[in-house]
Design a protein around this ligand. Structure first.
Ligand code: UDP
Ligand code: MG
Length: 161
């Protein structure tokens, strides 16, 4: 498996999560990672970068006609992002719930956006919105060598390595 998002019944789904520049600047990286770890998902890719405009325009290509698109690209390019790939059962859909609605005013308390943000133009975090979207975004942001498959130490198959 290279970028593998599919998986039997979502068993080994993967999704792209990014802490946006406001989240990094507000020192929220640790708390956001902690929520995915606590939930039980597995981190298989992680990097920090200041994204070039070309990459951001590919990432948000479906929004290019929206009035907020130019300011969205300026915001996303205004500082470093922390981009991650998380793996686990149903991770695409569950992580969207953990992140909350696009507009923080609608995002329920307890969700990342609902706990850490107030305005749609500064909503702290990105999460892929579908299996196909996740696959596309993971390939866009990560080289397959940057993704690391690993087994948990409590699995018997790892006991006698
Ligand atoms: N966005 C915005 N104004 C809007 C809608 C969206 O600034 O009216 C920004 C916001 O940062 C959002 C991103 O554009 O997270 C991508 O929009 P999308 O509809 O894909 O929302 P998401 O998938 O991030 O919840
Ligand atoms: Mg989206």
């Amino acid at each position: 498996r290279s970028y593998g998002t599919e998986g039997a019944g979502g068993l080994s789904e993967r999704t792209l999560i990014a802490v946006k520049p406001d989240g990094v600047q507000r020192r929220l990286v640790g708390q956001i990672i902690q929520r995915f770890e606590k939930r039980g998902f597995k981190l298989v890719g992680l990097k920090m970068l200041k994204a070039p405009e070309e990459l951001l325009s590919q990432h948000y290509h479906d929004l290019s006609k929206k009035p907020f698109y130019p300011s969205l690209l300026r915001y996303m390019g205004s500082g470093p992002l922390v981009v991650m790939v998380w793996e686990g059962y149903n991770v695409v859909s569950t992580s969207r719930k953990m992140v909350g609605d696009t507009n923080p005013a609608e995002a329920p308390p307890g969700s990342i956006r609902g706990d850490f943000s107030i305005h749609i133009s500064r909503n702290v975090v990105h999460a892929s919105d579908s299996l196909d979207g996740a696959q596309r975004e993971i390939q866009l942001w990560f080289n397959c060598k940057e993704l690391t498959d690993w087994d948990c130490h409590d699995q018997s198959s790892t006991f006698h390595l």
